[in-house]
Design a protein. Structure first.
Length: 254
């Protein structure tokens, strides 16, 4: 009986094995070979603003991937203390904290002034649809692009001033002077705030959001990345930019 049972078991195994092999062969024939030898490389590019009173002032189009400067634009002549920068894929917007500053809309190809919103002092600019947001001490102001005030948002967790702001979706992120929790997320619908406990931050000053990451610049002019949800450190990359970097904005706004 044991011998018969063994023969029957081997017969069943042989049938199943041949069937599995056939199915496997059929699946292999339907698999497309994925080419992993492509030389295409993602290009990380940034607009970077440097202060007028330090080395090499200007607005740079910086290619992080190749560590090259692709373009340099002069600052608006009357921009005394440049600290704020944003880009919407069509225009650059730059502002400062001098006594009689303006927010300037610039042509990103040559730096020529397209428009000017006068008498606005700010360290941070962000864009959402047809509106501009800018930081004014502890208040975030929403304006139309002609300067008309739409809304004032009083922040709850800001420090003495707000060094920079950025927008992703319906959330506005702003910086405060704190090493442990320097980034605050503010929901633009209900105005609720929550802290993002960024760790390993050193002198976080500039702020932007890109690819679900928080992007900052440290005192060594390195581009530093953190996870947008958790604040966990991802990486830091040196730049070749000299001078004092006061703002950064993504080049790719698609």
């Amino acid at each position: 009986m044991k011998a018969a049972s063994t023969i029957l078991t081997l017969l069943i195994f042989t049938i199943l094995f041949n069937s599995c092999n056939k199915d496997f062969d059929d699946r292999v024939e339907n698999i497309s070979i994925i080419d992993t030898t492509s030389n295409d490389t993602i290009q990380y590019k940034w607009w970077i603003l440097t202060h007028r009173n330090y080395e090499a002032p200007g607005i740079y189009l910086y290619n992080e991937t190749t560590a090259t400067i692709e373009l340099k634009l002069d600052l608006p002549e009357n921009l005394e203390s440049p600290h704020a920068l944003a880009y919407n894929g069509e225009s650059l917007w730059v502002g400062g904290v001098g006594e009689y500053e303006s927010i300037y809309e610039l042509n990103p190809e040559n730096g020529q002034i397209i428009s000017e919103i006068k008498n606005i002092k700010t360290e941070g600019i962000a864009l959402q649809n047809d509106y501009l947001y800018y930081s004014d001490n502890k208040v975030i102001k929403k304006i139309e692009k002609n300067g008309a005030l739409v809304e004032e948002i009083a922040t709850q967790n800001s420090s003495f001033t707000i060094p920079d702001i950025a927008i992703a979706g319906n959330d506005l992120y702003y910086l405060r002077y704190s090493e442990k929790e320097p980034v605050i997320k503010l929901n633009l619908s209900n105005k609720k705030e929550s802290t993002i406990p960024i760790i390993e931050s050193t002198g976080t000053y500039c702020l932007t959001i890109s690819n679900n990451e928080i992007i900052t610049i440290n005192p060594f002019n390195e581009i530093v990345r953190f996870n947008l949800q958790t604040g966990v450190f991802i990486s830091n990359e040196p730049t070749i930019i000299t001078g004092w970097i006061t703002a950064i904005a993504p080049f790719d706004q698609k």
